[in-house]
Design a protein around this ligand. Structure first.
Ligand code: ATP
Ligand code: PRP
Ligand code: MG
Length: 393
């Protein structure tokens, strides 16, 4: 019950923001203070919403994006970690991952994944950090387990037109100092980020600002005359460019990519969630570490393994994970078994491959074979220790 009470205030905040203080295009809201936690929401309603499902479930539930740009890349990443999701058709919202028998996959919209982690209906989820930050509202109930899944890279950034009164405005401080913004005529910002937006503007000292929201194509708002600025996700910058908009120095609210997030309460109260989180994290870490590297094997003439090792370690790109593995290559000459050559195995960063091959050749390497790596399982990943610390273990 104590754990339950600990998360209730955040649940109320979320409920309050989406009901009483919701921001709409029809009714722009001048921000005087940013999303303050409300306490008027009836505790019994939230307790009821939280009750039961999380506590009684023995299965572990992970939420994955059901649609949009994150959906297929999430499934691809899990597949690369040998965690293939068995989904018979895209309209099926629950699926299994055969490798982890007690794991249920629930396909949901990214924002609903975060909401359901907060209410206890999901235990784990993969979504963009922007979505966790916007819908999680800094709740301590959400813990990021892996913060760099290496896809879905984008930034939440403020942008203004390149023309008109903004022609010479290039930084957020210049925008704040513009005399145009008053309580009667605030800066109008279109955004889908109605929690992070006001919070950011307040932090930057912009007093007179009104927000409106829409579900997409926000970049059209300034040219349409319905907003002065937009706060939206930017990746390549093409959409901004095509709409004659520019980002501002100091205007990035957050840098985002896909993350694995857990419900703190689920992990603390149910050991199956902790065990499954550990397995998923281990697989992700091992895979993500491996994708950036190749295994390189080569033959090298030498007098001894030590002498070959010295030659290899004299080269900056050839030290491998811990150092080279060197094995003697036995051959028979004049009826005698001798060792003239050594086989060496090292891991090299993909970006350093060509340099490494050149360095190997330079010290007498031949027959260089390069193979992809599937996993690098090291000692316990540092992210696991970090996760346990944040759990208070
Ligand atoms: N242009 C982009 N490039 C890379 N990643 C992005 C980009 N836009 C969004 N993302 C990431 O992908 C996530 C999902 O975005 P997506 O557009 O698929 O869904 P959505 O905007 O939440 O929903 P919808 O567009 O269907 O209303 C975002 O939360 C963000 O983390
Ligand atoms: O910097 P870029 O690479 O051009 O990407 C940025 C665009 O991508 C997202 O929109 P999305 O494609 O998801 O469409 P939406 O507006 O319908 O969400 C985001 O909202 C921007 O509009
Ligand atoms: Mg989108």
């Amino acid at each position: 019950m104590a754990a339950l009470q600990a998360i209730l205030p955040n649940y109320f905040t979320l409920a309050n923001v989406s009901s009483s203080s919701s921001i709409s295009a029809k009714r722009p809201v001048t921000i005087t203070c940013c999303a303050s936690p409300a306490t008027s929401f009836p505790a019994s309603a939230a307790a009821e919403a939280l009750n039961g499902s999380a506590v009684e479930r023995s299965e572990v539930r992970i939420g994955l994006p059901s649609k949009g740009r994150m959906a297929s890349e999430t499934l691809d990443l899990l597949k690369d970690c040998q965690l293939s999701v068995r989904q018979v058709n895209p309209r099926q919202y629950v699926a299994k991952i055969p490798q982890i028998s007690n794991l249920e996959v629930w396909f949901q919209r990214p924002k609903d994944i975060v909401r359901k982690l907060l209410t206890g209906d999901l235990d784990l989820g993969i979504v963009g950090l922007d979505t966790v930050s916007e819908y999680g509202q800094g709740s301590p109930e959400l813990i990021i387990v892996h913060d760099m899944l290496e896809y879905g890279d984008c930034r939440l950034s403020l942008a203004i037109p390149k023309y008109g009164i903004f022609e010479n405005v290039n930084s957020i401080s210049q925008l704040v100092q513009m005399p145009q913004w008053t309580s009667e005529k605030p800066l109008r910002v279109a955004t889908g980020f109605t929690y992070l937006g006001p919070k950011f503007m307040k932090e930057k000292g912009l007093e007179h600002v009104a927000f409106s929201t829409a579900d997409g194509a926000l970049e059209a708002a300034p040219a349409m005359g319905t907003a002065d600025a937009i706060l939206d996700l930017v990746s390549s910058g093409t959409t901004l460019r095509e709409n004659n908009l520019k980002e501002l120095e100091g205007g990035v609210v957050l840098e985002s990519q896909a993350v694995l997030v857990a419900s703190k309460r689920a992990v603390i109260e149910r050991s199956a969630v902790l065990t499954t989180t550990h397995e998923i994290l281990e697989r992700l870490e091992a895979h993500l570490r491996a994708v950036g590297q190749f295994t390189v094997t080569a033959n090298m003439k030498g007098r001894s393994a030590e002498e070959v090792a010295e030659r290899i370690l004299s080269q900056p790109s050839l030290s491998g994970l811990q150092g080279p593995t060197i094995s003697p290559v036995f051959c028979k000459r004049d009826g005698k078994v001798i060792v003239d050559y050594y086989a060496i195995v090292i891991c090299v960063l993909k970006k350093d491959l060509y340099t490494s091959v050149q360095q190997l050749r330079g010290i007498g390497g031949s027959g260089v074979l390069v193979s992809p790596l599937t996993y690098i399982f090291d000692a316990e990943p540092p992210r696991w220790a970090d996760f346990l610390t944040r759990l208070g273990h």
